[in-house]
Every structure is written in structure tokens, then in C-alpha cells.
Design a protein around this ligand. Sequence first.
Ligand code: FAD
Ligand code: FES
Length: 240
Amino acid sequence: MILKELTVTSNRKLADGIYEMRFSGASHVRPGSFVEVTVPGFYLNRPFGVGNYENGEITIFYKVVGQGTDKMTEIQVGEKLKVIYELGNGFDMEKATKPLLVSGGIGIAPIYYLAKAFANKGIRPVVVTGFRNAGEVVLEKELAEIADLYVATDDGSKGFHGNPVACVKALDKEWDYYYSCGPMVMMHFLKMYSDKGELSLEARMGCGFGACMGCSIKTVSGYKRVCKEGPVFDAKEVEL
Ligand SMILES: Cc1cc2nc3c(=O)[nH]c(=O)nc-3n(C[C@H](O)[C@H](O)[C@H](O)COP(=O)(O)OP(=O)(O)OC[C@H]3O[C@@H](n4cnc5c(N)ncnc54)[C@H](O)[C@@H]3O)c2cc1C
Ligand code: FES
């Protein structure tokens, strides 16, 4: 866990309600770990998965859902924000030789960084990304360069017509282990299909670093904290 004041180098809209923010001044960040951003005027930090890390810059992809994320859209390049990074456990990349990556909505953030990390190891993953409609699709060009990409939309306005789990089932692709991040309902159905993988979970957070127990979830081996023992859990371990 590292707390630092980082400089915002970019804050731009990518699609309907979806933004990308970059911070410079960070050291190495693991795929699947998350950051806590102090939003000016708000007491509690906001947690976000790491969407990329390159040349000392952390990227997050955020969806505007409430007051904090709405305020973040006003942050200007050059502003300094307190950011806690290297939080949580991260994905175990050693488990896959033929990885399948599955995201729903803004869950694409950690999945994109993981796809880049596999590409850096010389592995081209299969990536299935789901969105509500074509207007919400992000990172298509970037992912297509490094992965076998399949885009699914709920309304069929782009790519596969249906949810990402239905898309995975319809695919004739070989994979040996999956990594997923997205809405609980999507990860529930993915786990029903196969539990050979890892799920990156979200929970309402207080402290963000293991002290308050506010983010605990039930697992087969008792309660665990999403911020400390997670956010990535073995699919066999969690009850969704
Ligand atoms: C490990 C983790 C990774 C995440 N990664 C991303 C990401 O990459 N991109 C993205 O857009 N969103 C992500 N989220 C969700 C994001 O943290 C919330 O959408 C955001 O905090 C909402 O803030 P708000 O003030 O706009 O909303 P409000 O609803 O006004 O927030 C009120 C309070 O609830 C908390 N809160 C609200 N929703 C969540 C949530 N889902 N999880 C935790 N706390 C929440 C906020 O921190 C705040 O304290 C992640 C959440 C977690 C736990
Ligand atoms: S948010 Fe406090 S223990 Fe996880």
C-alpha cells in the first residue's frame, strides 16, 4: 500500500458517462490491484481498479454514478490528488496458459490492464467484453491489437447480441482459466458455467485498507475483506 500525491495528466470522456483519468508519479502497480482516490470535498475515498500502468502513470476508467464521480469529471490536468495505490491482492497470472478474460460494463478497467500484462508476456488472451449498448463501448481498438476480442451488447447494437456469459458459451475458443470483473449477476452466471477462474469483486468500502471490516463478504472459508483478501477471489471460494 502506497500513499502519494499524484499529478493528474489527463481526464477525458471516452463514451457515454465513462471517463479516463491518468496520474503520474507512481511506482509499479500490479494487475487486479486497486487505488483509492481522494476526491476534493469528499470525506471517503473512492475505489477504482487499475486500468493501466505505463511509464510511471496509473490510468483509471470511471463511470459517473454519483456525486463523487461527477465531481471527478471537473478535475483539471495539473491538479494533485492523494491516491493510495497497490491495494488488494491482484490477479494470479500464473494460473492460465490460455487465459479467457470476461468483463461487464466498467469492469473492463482491470481486464484491460490484465490483457496488456498477458500481451507483455507474449500471451494473446481471449477477451469478451459486454456493454449495455454501442454508445458505452470503450477500449475496442486498444484491446483488438493485443487480444482476440469479442464485444457483446445487451441490445445487439454492436457485436454479439446478448450478455458476455452468453457470448462466452457461444464461442468456440480454447481456454484453461478465466479472469472476470463486472456486475455481480454476470459473475454469478459465469461461475455457474465454470468455476475455473477468478472474480474481481466490488463492495462498499470505508477505510479501503483492511481496518474497518466494512467491505466483508461471505466465502466458503468465512468472512473476508474485499479490500485486503480481495478484490480478486477464486470463483470456487465466493458465494454470489
Ligand atoms: C475494488 C473496487 C474497484 C472498483 N473499480 C471501479 C472502476 O474501475 N471504475 C468505476 O467506475 N468504478 C469502480 N468501482 C466502483 C466505484 O468505487 C464507485 O462507483 C464510486 O465509489 C461511486 O462514487 P460516487 O461518489 O460517484 O457514488 P455515490 O453512490 O454517491 O457514493 C457514495 C459512497 O458509496 C461508495 N460507493 C458507491 N458505490 C460503490 C461501489 N460500487 N464500491 C465501493 N464503494 C462504493 C463511495 O465510495 C462513497 O463513499 C470500484 C469499486 C471497488 C470496491
Ligand atoms: S474497507 Fe475497511 S476493511 Fe475493507
